[in-house]
Design a protein around this ligand. Structure first.
Ligand code: FES
Length: 156
């Protein structure tokens, strides 16, 4: 337990934005190729601003803390701004995760991108931040937005 800081423990114990939105404007599920855990994110978008987001994580405590912070970070942002949120921002906001848990924050990063991808597909919109993103891509192509060391990640 000593390896997790208080903020991570707080977000794990009292996660924000848990659940699923009714009639979401976009939703995305991502499964980590590293550990097999899954995350589902649903978003509401009004006038190109993400007004709400919810997550369901079938994963570890770090994934829950990461999704809690990640959903907090994107609510109130425009879609393009939200696409600029990377797992590094999530890690910064959490005050860091143990190196072998960094892929858990990547899970949140990709699930958000997948939900926005779904929104873009449904509405016919294009976003610069989605260029090159393929929600169905295999590991190796899917580290978009992740510029951390991939310790514990099979890409390395
Ligand atoms: S998300 Fe799978 S170990 Fe953290």
């Amino acid at each position: 337990m000593a390896m997790y800081n208080d903020k991570v423990i707080d977000h794990f114990t009292n996660p924000h934005n848990v659940g699923e939105l009714l009639n979401p404007d976009g939703e995305g599920t991502y499964g980590s190729p590293v550990c097999g855990d899954m995350m589902k994110i649903s978003i509401k978008v009004e006038n190109d601003v993400i007004t709400d987001a919810r997550f369901k994580t079938f994963g570890c405590g770090s994934a829950i803390a990461s999704s809690s912070v990640a959903t907090d970070l994107i609510i109130g942002k425009t879609v393009e701004e939200a696409l600029k949120v990377t797992n590094r921002d999530v890690l910064d906001e959490l005050g860091g995760l143990p190196a072998i848990k960094i892929h858990c924050s990547v899970l949140a990063d990709h699930a958000i991108r997948s939900a926005i991808y779904d929104y873009a597909k449904k509405t016919g919109k294009t976003y610069v931040g989605l260029e090159g993103f393929d929600p169905g891509a295999d590991e190796g192509d899917t580290h978009h937005g992740c510029d951390m060391e991939h310790k514990g990640c099979e890409k390395e």
